[in-house]
Design a protein around this ligand. Structure first.
Ligand SMILES: NC(=O)c1ccc[n+]([C@@H]2O[C@H](COP(=O)([O-])OP(=O)(O)OC[C@H]3O[C@@H](n4cnc5c(N)ncnc54)[C@H](O)[C@@H]3O)[C@@H](O)[C@H]2O)c1
Length: 431
């Protein structure tokens, strides 16, 4: 039976390599559609948790995972020989930057190497890790073909960017359209047929490079627009204009405008990192992506700007930052999630600690907050802890925080997210 027949009769077995924020929700969608899924990861802690039916990803409820594991639809393993049982395998491993801000492709390379010896003839491999245009064909394809098989005839290979937005209540893995570009037209056709078995809508494009670039366009669009807002915030502040009010007014225009918001800096695994994958690749084509560089510079400067504003706010109370108690409210990189990766709160806390402030934090989603190898003290949020702080700084606007108590008990608040827009008074300073 061909792969396409096994996809349509439901007998195909799916593999997911890398069971993180992207891979685990994907495995769950595949299994919900009735397919048997083998999850592969180098972390035996993660595979053990999955096999025990326990989710470690907030978007995947433990009950849903436990049910699928109980039915035998999801199994997880650190043994990559299991790739031999799979008809289609999705790779979703990390794509960070190294210390020189250059792409670290080693996770993708090792994932491809681990599965290659076991791939069945006619198997489909798709890469979902965000990366620069050319990666699928320049890095993954040669590794797969080193086995003597040819992509397009003996194996199928495609790139399909993951667009998951952790914590988004409306759009999750299943109902977010999926862009797919194969190495050959046959690869695109097979990959489209595969994703159609468990996702709502598929958008085929002409090549792997077009699919890789689509994801980068989406993230660069956000990165540049956020940087623009961060610049306009600083100009507006000098002019005595409330930028948040301006964005709210501008977004009443029913066409040609999309709201973006300023803030304490970028966070997460995607927007601060992915644009630099393109900058790096562009240099091979004698091009400099100046918008990306400028946006990166502007966004990276935001934690410094936040600390400057905090010092100015304390100054109005005749207090130096050194020795002042600062309560950081929210440290995850965005609201209502537990993800700390690249969170601007880390840089802000580092700057505050360097300035010898007495730093504590509260975040209902993050029980441990490490800054430069040092653990920052977590405090409950109540009138005492808020009242003890010389200043409260809202870095992440989680919605399950009692802002009434904060405003009532605080002596001074710097709000970097406009979380307190409904509160007036001298003690609330907006970024
Ligand atoms: N998190 C997001 O919101 C998001 C959204 C869109 C795209 N992406 C992209 O998806 C990719 C994965 O991101 P993530 O957030 O799921 O990362 P993650 O760190 O949550 O998960 C990656 C998983 O891969 C595993 N892993 C690492 N090396 C491996 C290997 N050689 N073999 C098997 N498993 C390995 C890790 O143990 C981990 O469980 C990245 O390229 C990221 O840019 C992430």
């Amino acid at each position: 039976m061909s792969l396409e027949q096994r996809l349509s009769d439901g007998s195909a077995v799916y593999g997911v390599v890398g069971l993180g924020y992207v891979g685990l929700p994907l495995a769950v969608e595949m299994a919900k559609a009735g397919f048997k899924v083998i999850g592969m990861d180098i972390s035996d802690g993660k595979t053990a948790q999955i096999n025990a039916g326990r989710s470690y990803i907030p978007d995947v409820p433990t009950e849903a995972l436990a049910e699928l594991v109980g039915k035998g639809l999801i199994v997880a393993t650190t043994d990559f020989a299991s790739a031999a049982k799979c008809d289609a395998i999705v790779i979703c491993v990390p794509t960070p930057l190294d210390e020189m801000k250059e792409p670290d492709t080693s996770y993708m390379e090792s994932a491809a190497r681990q599965i290659t010896p076991y791939l069945q003839a006619g198997c489909l491999v798709t890469l979902e890790s965000t990366t620069y245009p050319g990666t699928t064909e320049e890095i993954v394809q040669p590794i797969l073909e080193a086995s003597g098989r040819k992509v397009g005839t003996d194996l199928f290979l495609a790139f399909s960017p993951e667009r998951v937005d952790p914590g988004n209540a409306k759009f999750q893995t299943k109902n977010t359209p999926k862009v797919v570009g194969g190495v050959t037209p046959d690869c695109t056709r097979v990959a489209t047929a595969f994703y159609q078995t468990f996702l709502d809508s598929i958008v085929p494009v002409s090549s792997t490079r077009a699919a890789e670039m689509t994801k980068l366009l989406e993230n660069i669009f956000r990165c540049v627009n956020i940087a623009l807002m961060n610049e306009l915030l600083q100009v507006s502040e000098r002019m005595g204009i409330n930028i948040w009010e301006v964005v709210d007014a501008a977004k009443t225009k029913p066409f040609g405008f999309m709201p973006f918001y300023p803030g304490p800096g970028l966070g997460g695994h995607c927007i601060p990192i992915d644009p630099f994958y393109l900058s790096w690749k562009a240099r091979q084509f004698d091009m400099h992506t100046e918008f990306i560089e400028l946006a990166g510079k502007t966004n990276e400067a935001m934690p410094y700007y936040v600390v400057k504003r905090l010092m100015e706010a304390l100054n109005t109370h005749r207090k130096p930052l050194a020795g002042s108690r600062v309560l950081i409210l929210g440290v995850a990189y965005k609201a209502n999630i537990d993800d700390m990766r690249e969170s601007p709160a880390i840089k802000i806390a580092e700057l505050l600690l360097e300035a010898e402030a007495d730093v504590v934090y509260h975040d209902p989603f993050v029980p441990v907050f490490m800054v430069g190898g040092r653990s920052v003290e977590h405090v409950e949020l109540n009138e005492d802890t808020v009242g003890e702080a010389d200043v409260v700084i809202v870095v992440t606007d989680h919605s399950n925080v009692d802002y009434n108590t904060v405003v009532r008990a605080a002596r001074l608040i710097l709000d970097t997210r406009n979380a307190l827009k409904d509160f007036d008074g001298d003690k609330v300073v907006r970024l």
